[in-house]
Design a protein around this ligand. Structure first.
Ligand code: TRP
Length: 368
């Protein structure tokens, strides 16, 4: 692959190829889940909402249950790429942990860890930075989009280089599969470039295979869930339903949801995005079908629709929320989960860093 592939990794043709490959990978997982190691993660910038829950969390739990070894990164260092300061980070990390575990991630099967606790992971960034050029980073579409979204704030060195950091996230544990949305595809290409160039430039230090695998994206056919106003679900728009909200707060948020004046409820995502999104939420939460739900509601109008979606979500999330409340009341347990995850991530990162030093002839622990 050339650097131009990096910039074009979001083109239609490339996207179609990645989608086809993802479908093939799904079959390979069924045949032999032990061939894969998954890494994915989130920035701890706020509480997880239904967009995360239906979009990614449920898929992670599904991969875990199919027997794929999974690493989940709480990307605390990535929080400081595009903002000043860290915010109430500690609280957010533990809240994220509670969301993960309540949704069904099992710390016996899945390693959950924080960036800042794994020095050897971060150290990989140094040799990795030697393998990329600044123009390559400036062309990265995701970096560009995030830079534009900061509204005139100067580009920090960390924002410019965070795709390289993200390559370290993926490669430190030799993950070969990364479930992501399509906005993250340029990062995955960057990780592949780094892995390949490392092999070309520094070699293998006596290993018989490259130190790093070529990680692949797993594009999931995640439903796209909008906020209660029919726009992208995001905290700043005040249109989110958080996993951790209680049933009353959920009902209140949905009461304010945008509908329209046509009392006859129909599923028409293009013509009636807000109404259709509520139907999608109800369908996801009740394992139902949007068109059937719409037919059942008929000309009950927005009020009946909101009642259906509120009940479906509250019923679906009741066990998740009960578990979340138990977890939140037991910070010592959450801490023990994170400590165990960090210990395991550290052991793996140290081993990889040793191989990197070996390949780079920087191993000074044994006599020449
Ligand atoms: N960039 C991702 C996000 O903003 C989080 C993340 C950090 C990540 N490191 C990663 C995702 C490695 C996948 C692989 O959501």
């Amino acid at each position: 692959m050339t650097t131009d592939d990096l910039a074009s990794s979001t083109s239609d043709a490339s996207l179609a190829r990645t989608q086809a490959r993802s479908a093939a990978i799904e079959t390979e997982i069924d045949a032999d889940p032990s061939r894969f190691r998954v890494l994915t993660g989130d920035r701890p910038t706020g509480n997880l909402h239904l967009g995360h829950y239906f979009g990614t969390l449920r898929n992670r739990v599904r991969l875990q249950r199919r027997g794929v070894e999974t690493f989940i990164l709480v990307a605390d260092y990535q929080v400081i790429t595009d903002r000043d300061g860290v915010g109430p980070i500690r609280e957010r990390v533990f809240s994220l942990l509670a969301d993960y575990l309540a949704a069904g991630l099992d710390p016996e099967a899945t390693t959950i860890f924080t960036h800042s606790s794994v020095p050897a992971l971060n150290q990989l960034m140094l040799p990795f930075l030697s393998l990329v050029t600044d123009s390559e980073l400036r062309r990265n579409p995701t970096v560009k989009a995030e830079f534009d979204a900061t509204g005139g704030r100067p580009m920090s060195g960390l924002l410019l280089t965070y795709p390289v950091h993200q390559a370290a996230d993926i490669l430190f544990c030799k993950a070969n599969l990364v479930p992501v949305g399509k906005d993250q595809l340029p990062h995955l290409e960057q990780a592949r470039v780094v892995a390949r160039r490392f092999d070309e430039r520094y070699g293998r230090g006596g290993l018989d295979a490259p130190v790093f695998p070529q990680p692949e994206a797993l594009l999931t056919k995640a439903p796209s869930v909008l906020g209660t106003d029919g726009e992208k679900m995001s905290k700043s728009r005040g249109n989110v339903i958080e996993i951790g909200m209680d049933a009353d707060a959920t009902a209140k948020a949905l009461k304010k949801a945008v509908t329209d004046s046509d009392r006859n409820i129909t599923f028409d995502p293009v013509g009636r995005p807000a109404v259709s999104n509520l139907l999608t939420l109800a369908a996801l939460a009740s394992d139902g079908d949007e068109v059937e739900l719409a037919a059942q509601i008929g000309d009950g109008g927005g009020g009946a629709l909101k009642k259906v979606v509120t009940e479906a979500i509250n019923e679906h999330l009741a066990p998740v929320r009960a578990r979340r409340a138990e977890l939140a009341a037991d910070p010592a347990y959450l801490l023990s989960v994170l400590r165990r995850g960090n210990e395991r991530a550290n052991a793996i990162a140290e081993e990889t860093l040793d191989q990197v030093r070996g390949a780079m002839q920087m191993d000074y622990t044994t006599a020449p």
